[in-house]
Design a protein around this ligand. Structure first.
Ligand code: MGD
Ligand code: MGD
Ligand code: SF4
Ligand code: MO
Length: 681
């Protein structure tokens, strides 16, 4: 009997861990650890360890489906593709190309995403977006403005070389568990770990200094630290003068700011701020890690730029162990942004508002016309659907009915559409609203490349056939494009041909032949030619801005979109737990994960619980201005008094969250909503 081991990747988070899938008689029968993978070194977290439960899952979508009243009936691929083409063409004709929207999936590979945005733009629609809108759009905008590139500056292994790790608004031990091993290694080498988080988490347990700041006060904390740094002369004057602009303005504005003011706004002691500032500025190599605690605010982009600024004034960037690590979310969210899955950018971060970009892609794609951006973000598509500007939406591998903020509004938006198609591997709450559902091949059932958070591009080959009639995205998109008259410009026999086109248009990927990125560990972008080894550390000599200098920004905190009131006295924050993943379509179908954490809960501080007469384990109602959800109370001092926390993986949490947006990146403020908690007894 022949048993094969096929090299693959974990399909969950952007750490990009490698693993082998064991295949016997065409079936996935086991996984094996990939000990020579540079990032994971053979380790996987509980989600990575459970992936077989997905491939062999009985609930996979296996036929195309069309709506029939409140139910669905199986149809042939031919009929499904025809219906999708008609649904898009009908609205294109009646309302024009801007009435079409496309959500491309950061769970899908680069080749699928590249083709989807290409089809959208060839149809004339500028409205292409992905889930980066909901997590790291402030990074793309903010680090783009500060450094000229919105990506992780160093690789993950390099954390081992850091002497100070400053983690602000990231709970990496739960959200990116394999990163913990590199932080542990740094600690073993003497690094000091500082964690800024309003909650106690398994990440704060690793900290030497836990800055338990008030939610939404990060700019005040960072300004307080910068005040200490400048007052004590701890800034890196050489780095500032040779590699940055803007320091003078910052210095002047800090001269009228006090550490006491920072302490008051953050709720921290002056001494804690001073200590953290000294450790970060003085260490020989400091890493700044951040994630959703920084980005998911109405000040998300300003928060990111202020993180960049503290790194710049201390010269803690562009060296081994020193840099800024945005902890990206989905397995291919970096790649999706790289290949043009955002309304602001065509592939390779060519700005969609620049007529030169349009000219470039008209020639490259042999197109008569292409839309000038920026197009609608996913968050703005909801408003556009409600007020009738957006008529048809094609969603690939996203679950906005669970994951958007204020999902009652998203539901209204999807109900307002003339046509909704969802391409999925499972029947999600979003798929249930579709007119047509297309069953997709999952990661191990198709070939293609994925780009992890460290810019590591890795190609995997199909390990097994998709179940039933499920098909890979490249085939599905090409078939729809053909039916819409784009057959000549969108004809691809396989994903390898698409990779070749990506390499020809995305400069960062130019040297990435399929053969090179198929080797264990792939290649890190930018990789300008086939001899180039790839780039582990960005910005070594110059930044990616037009003049090579980074920008120092002087930014002040802005108030949150929503504050507590007598009616809604508790601040609700939301986020992740290690066992579940985003909307839960996959982890809740994995018995080994689901049985360990199976229902929605809300963490309440003991003082608040006693005032509200809430007992441990009872079901409570959580209410905000937008909705109401039931959850089991967990009484815990992991949240401070006046604050509550809910994981968002279970349906219910996002009935409550606020859809106030950051004006720059259009990300919703998932981390701040005013709520009321009521006992049901
Ligand atoms: N297990 C698991 N892993 C995942 C995911 C998952 O769903 N489950 N999702 C993936 C995705 S898409 C993403 S984007 C990443 C996100 O990964 P993370 O950003 O690490 O996850 P979160 O839990 O959303 O938020 C991180 C921390 O921010 C803190 N925080 C909240 N408000 C503030 C604030 O105002 N200031 C500061 N300093 N901190 C604050 C929270 O208490 C929380 O501990 O995880 C990825 N990995
Ligand atoms: N309250 C609250 N809400 C949040 C957040 C928060 O912190 N708090 N975080 C936000 C963040 S950072 C993010 S990224 C979003 C995530 O929002 P989404 O991207 O909508 O979440 P997922 O559940 O990961 O959805 C991906 C879908 O892709 C499907 N899928 C998996 N593989 C494939 C494939 O190969 N092909 C196809 N076609 N489909 C596939 C899965 O079944 C799943 O339904 O949630 C956001 N929502
Ligand atoms: S850390 Fe992320 S990529 Fe690695 S096994 Fe866990 S979920 Fe998968
Ligand atoms: Mo995310």
């Amino acid at each position: 009997m022949s048993t094969k081991l096929i090299a693959s990747l974990c399909p969950y988070c952007a750490v990009g861990c490698g693993l082998f899938i064991q295949v016997e008689k065409g079936k996935a029968t086991g996984i094996k650890y990939m000990i020579d993978h540079p990032t994971c070194v053979g380790a996987l977290c509980p989600k990575g360890n459970s992936v077989l439960e997905l491939l062999n899952n009985q609930e996979r979508l296996v036929y195309p489906l069309k709506r029939s009243g409140s139910d669905f009936i199986p149809i042939s691929w031919d009929e499904a593709l025809e219906l999708v083409a008609q649904g898009l063409a009908r609205n294109l004709e009646r309302y024009g190309p801007k009435s079409l929207g496309f959500l491309v999936s950061s769970r899908c590979n680069n080749e699928e995403n590249y083709l989807m945005q290409k089809m959208a733009r060839l149809l004339g629609s500028p409205n292409v977006d992905n889930c980066a809108r909901l997590c790291h759009s402030p990074t793309v905008m903010g680090l783009g403005a500060s450094f000229g590139a919105g990506a992780m500056t160093n690789n993950l292994l390099d954390l081992e070389n850091s002497k100070c790790i400053f983690a602000i608004g990231t709970n990496f031990t739960e959200a990116h568990p394999i990163v913990s091993r590199w932080v542990e290694k740094a600690k073993d080498n003497g690094a000091v770990v500082i964690v800024a988080d309003p909650r106690i988490t398994s990440t704060t347990w690793m900290a030497d200094i836990h800055l338990r700041l008030n939610p939404g006060s990060d700019i005040d904390l960072l300004r307080g630290m910068m005040k200490v740094i400048v007052d004590e002369g701890l800034e890196d004057a050489d780095f500032i003068s040779s590699r940055t602009t803007g320091f003078q303005e910052l210095k002047e504005s800090l001269s009228v700011f006090s550490i006491e003011e920072a302490a008051e706004k953050t709720g921290l002691d002056v001494a804690e701020i001073v200590k953290a500032a000294r450790v970060y500025a003085k260490s020989s190599a400091s890493a700044l890690l951040y994630s959703m605690g920084i980005t998911q605010h109405v000040s998300g982009t300003d928060n990111v730029m202020t993180c960049a600024t503290i790194a710049l004034i201390c010269g803690q960037i562009g060296r081994p162990g020193a840099g800024v690590w945005p902890m990206r979310g989905q397995n291919n969210v970096q790649g999706n942004c790289d290949v043009g899955g955002m309304p602001e950018f065509y592939p390779g971060y060519r700005r969609s508002v620049d007529p030169k970009t349009i000219e470039f892609f008209r020639a490259a794609w042999n197109a008569t016309d292409l839309p000038l951006g920026p197009g609608l973000t996913s968050t703005d598509m909801n408003d556009a659907a409600i007020d009738g500007r957006l008529k048809a939406l094609y969603i690939t591998g996203e679950d906005p009915i669970v994951c958007d903020a204020n999902v009652n509004k998203t539901r209204r938006a999807l109900e307002s559409l003339d046509f909704l198609v969802v391409q999925e591997i499972f029947m999600t709450p979003t798929a249930k609203m579709a007119d047509v559902i297309l069953p997709a091949a999952a990661w191990a059932e198709k070939s293609g490349s994925y780009t992890s958070m460290e810019r590591r591009v890795q190609w995997i080959d199909r390990a097994i056939e998709p179940p039933g009639e499920a098909k890979e995205g490249v085939w599905i998109i090409c078939e729809i494009a053909r039916r819409l008259g784009l057959g000549e410009v969108m004809a691809y026999d396989n994903p390898s041909q698409v990779l070749e086109e990506i390499r020809s248009l995305v400069p960062q990927y130019k040297g990435m032949s399929q053969e090179r990125i198929s080797r264990v560990g792939g290649v890190l972008w930018p990789c300008p030619d086939e001899q180039h080894p790839g780039t582990e550390i960005l910005h070594l000599q110059r930044f990616s801005t037009s003049d090579g200098r980074a920008r120092i920004f002087d930014l002040q905190n802005t108030p949150p979109g929503e504050v507590t009131s007598p009616e809604y006295p508790i601040l609700l924050s939301t986020g992740r737990i290690v066992l579940h993943y985003n909307g839960g379509s996959m982890t809740m179908r994995s018995p080994s994960l689901q049985e360990r954490e199976s229902e929605l809960y809300v963490e309440v501080n003991p003082v608040d619980a006693s005032n509200l007469k809430i007992a441990e384990g009872e079901m409570v109602a959580v209410k905000t201005r937008r909705g109401e959800a039931e959850a089991r109370a967990k009484i815990s001092d992991r949240v401070m008094s006046g604050m509550a926390f809910m994981p968002f993986h279970y349906h219910g949490t996002n009935l409550l969250t606020s859809d106030a947006l950051d004006p720059v990146s259009r990300i919703p403020e998932y981390k701040m909503a005013a709520c009321r908690i009521e006992s049901r007894r």
